[in-house]
Design a protein around this ligand. Structure first.
Ligand SMILES: Cc1cc2nc3c(=O)[nH]c(=O)nc-3n(C[C@H](O)[C@H](O)[C@H](O)COP(=O)(O)O)c2cc1C
Length: 316
């Protein structure tokens, strides 16, 4: 499959997740076979104003796999300027967020607020296309609420203005993350557009990925929460297997690798804090790991981590 001129190898991409899909995590998911990897959502206003923190979010090497930068905002003019700025950072793809349900984002008329305004979505796509040579994707929800399930309209409008692919998360903005991702709406979008469709929501293993692809005919899937502490999911989906549980020593090895990358990219003080949530996820399902997670959330320095990893390696 191609997104614009970018070849996509593999069946599952890494969905954008604020606070999660930073450079370290993306590189790990890439290593484990993610078809492409997406940044955290980046504010177009932050880019336009040259905000330092915003610019840090787009730092990448992301060698090997296509890298997509996701933008969020509300004004086509800001998107136009942001597209020019972002193109200098050489991502492979620009993704546009029409799906974020966070109250702060909705209040600023960005994210899934824009599902209410398909015409404005089209204008935003058009602004980005005109200001960059990169392929442009959009990420939509099923609609704003149950009375407005208009993912098909939004997807068609975006396709008309040049979007090269659309990711559909089958929940409404109002649902946030509750209930289940609606496969029927993903199928409806797939039946209505010619561009590739990436199905999203509740993929936790090969079987759920296969079911979504078979049911909706979507081209590939995007994995979000299923990849937390579990980048092996990409390997499993690519090799069509559900029956894989990483051993404790494999997990500890990856925890160390992840932490080392975070330290390299963010410095020890910041890394030790940001690593906590990731390392906690890696321990999910290990017998007696609740007590270990408590220690992880109090971890201050590298020697705290080494102690935790020794404790984990003693578990039989
Ligand atoms: C912690 C977290 C952060 C997220 N941040 C973003 C984001 O920045 N942009 C976006 O489009 N979606 C974001 N999402 C939504 C995911 O990309 C995805 O659509 C959603 O979690 C459903 O997929 P899943 O069931 O595979 O997790 C976020 C989800 C989570 C859990």
């Amino acid at each position: 499959m191609y997104i614009g001129n970018v070849k996509i190898n593999g069946v599952a991409s890494l969905a954008p997740m604020a606070g999660i899909t930073d450079r370290a995590f993306r590189e790990i998911c890439s290593l484990f076979g993610a078809a492409y990897i997406t940044s955290e959502m980046i504010s177009v206003k932050g880019l336009v104003f040259g905000d330092k923190k915003t610019l840090q979010l787009i730092s990448h090497s992301d060698t090997g796999k296509p890298f997509s930068i996701q933008l969020f905002g509300s004004s086509p003019d800001d998107f136009a300027e942001a597209a020019q700025i972002i193109s200098k950072y050489s991502p492979d793809i620009i993704d546009i967020n029409f799906g974020c349900p966070a109250p702060k984002v909705i209040k600023s008329k960005a994210g899934s607020f824009l599902m209410k305004e398909p015409k404005l979505c089209g204008k935003i796509v058009s602004a980005v296309k005109k200001n960059s040579n990169l392929p442009v994707t959009v990420k939509v929800r099923s609609g704003f609420d149950n009375n407005n399930l208009n993912a098909v309209d939004v997807a068609k409008e975006c396709e008309f203005y040049g979007a090269d692919a659309v990711t559909v998360h089958g929940r409404t903005c109002k649902q946030m993350y509750s209930g289940k991702s609606d496969l029927d709406i993903i199928k409806k979008v797939k039946d209505s557009v010619k561009i590739p469709v990436i199905g999203n929501g509740d993929i936790i293993n090969y079987s759920t990925a296969k079911f979504m692809i078979d049911y909706t005919n979507c081209d590939i899937v995007a994995v979000g929460r299923g990849a937390l502490g579990n980048p092996w999911i990409f390997q499993c989906i690519n090799s069509k297997t559900d029956s894989f549980t990483p051993s404790i020593s494999e997990r500890v090895k990856l925890m160390k690798y992840h932490l080392d990358k975070l330290i390299l990219y963010k410095g020890e003080a910041c890394a030790m804090k940001e690593a906590r949530k990731h390392l906690a996820y890696y321990t999910k399902g290990i017998p007696g790991s609740a007590a270990i997670r408590k220690e992880i959330f109090q971890m201050e320095n590298y020697s705290d981590f080494l102690q935790i990893s020794d404790t984990l390696l003693e578990i039989r």
